[in-house]
Design a protein around this ligand. Structure first.
Ligand SMILES: Cc1cc2nc3c(=O)[nH]c(=O)nc-3n(C[C@H](O)[C@H](O)[C@H](O)COP(=O)(O)OP(=O)(O)OC[C@H]3O[C@@H](n4cnc5c(N)ncnc54)[C@H](O)[C@@H]3O)c2cc1C
Length: 249
């Protein structure tokens, strides 16, 4: 067992739901149970050095070869690549159409010949990110997720789930800061900070409920998931700042 890493929620909350949406019956049976049990972990082979914020600019090529595909390219910032069985690779299958239309997604075995993982050492000494080189990696067509050329939509399913999952960020800290405020004899400034944080946690939870309700009604989360992610990031920053002020009381 790898130590607990972010790759557990990445596998179970981000990638498994996308397989649930895009996989046909057979891949669902093959991938979903091991992933939901965390027997097999999966990482996101999305970012490249020239395709980060502009993810649709991916250059990693997948070319049809017999019953399968051959992948060549270079991915970066891949969290958990060293402990993953599978990598969800966003690839260019048609360079002659507008960039969003020429993308297809594959599940690549991380131990396949031609896959090389290189850890990136951070300033903190940690090595959670990796570079992943794909050199002539053969992937059977059965490991394609979603239709050829529809990979952008598949990618968005993963990213929407990621934004939804990130929507709970900061709530723990905010709750702790509020608990601190309850126990402190606070002045007006501190009370204002606590009230601001309290309102934010309520709004954040309501955004989460709204997205969950949309999902249960069968629609894919769209802009509201992005709003939830932005809001959660701000709550996290304010939670830390306000907790520092409240701790001084
Ligand atoms: C904690 C963490 C985990 C990650 N894990 C993974 C992972 O597992 N797999 C994976 O594939 N990737 C992962 N990433 C990478 C992440 O998805 C990328 O960092 C992200 O897509 C942004 O790409 P970039 O860093 O190359 O920034 P860039 O795209 O270079 O952007 C740099 C800055 O320029 C701005 N910018 C970019 N384009 C424009 C434009 N056209 N107009 C205006 N402003 C622009 C951006 O907003 C940003 O402020 C992870 C990142 C983090 C922080």
């Amino acid at each position: 067992m790898p130590q607990r890493t972010e790759i557990f929620p990445v596998t179970r909350h981000l990638i498994a739901p996308a397989i649930g949406i895009w996989g046909t019956r057979e891949p669902k049976q093959r991938w979903l149970k091991p992933m939901l049990r965390a027997d097999e972990l999966a990482c996101q082979l999305f970012s490249e050095t020239e395709a980060g914020a502009d993810l649709a600019a991916v250059r990693t090529r997948a070319v049809r070869h017999g019953d399968g595909w051959v992948l060549d390219g270079h991915k970066v910032w891949t969290s958990g690549a060293r402990v993953s069985t599978w990598g969800v690779a966003v690839c260019r299958t048609d360079p002659d159409v507008p960039k969003h239309a020429g993308i297809t997604v594959f599940l690549v075995r991380m131990d396949a010949p031609g896959v090389t993982v290189r850890p990136i050492r951070q300033m903190t000494g940690g090595e959670s990110f990796n570079e992943v080189y794909l050199d002539g990696v053969v992937v059977p067509d059965a490991d394609r997720l979603g239709p050829v050329g529809q990979g952008w939509k598949v990618t968005l399913s993963v990213l929407a789930a990621e934004r939804l999952d990130s929507g709970t960020l900061g709530l723990d800290n905010a709750d702790r800061a509020l608990e601190l405020a309850r126990r402190c004899p606070a002045g007006e400034v501190q009370r204002d900070l606590a009230a601001d944080l309290y309102i934010r946690t309520l709004v954040q939870r309501i955004i989460g409920l709204r997205i969950t309700a949309a999902l249960e009604a069968g629609s894919a989360p769209g802009a509201e998931a992005s709003v939830g992610k932005l809001y959660a990031t701000e709550t996290m920053a304010r939670g830390m700042a306000n907790a520092t002020v409240l701790e001084r009381v």
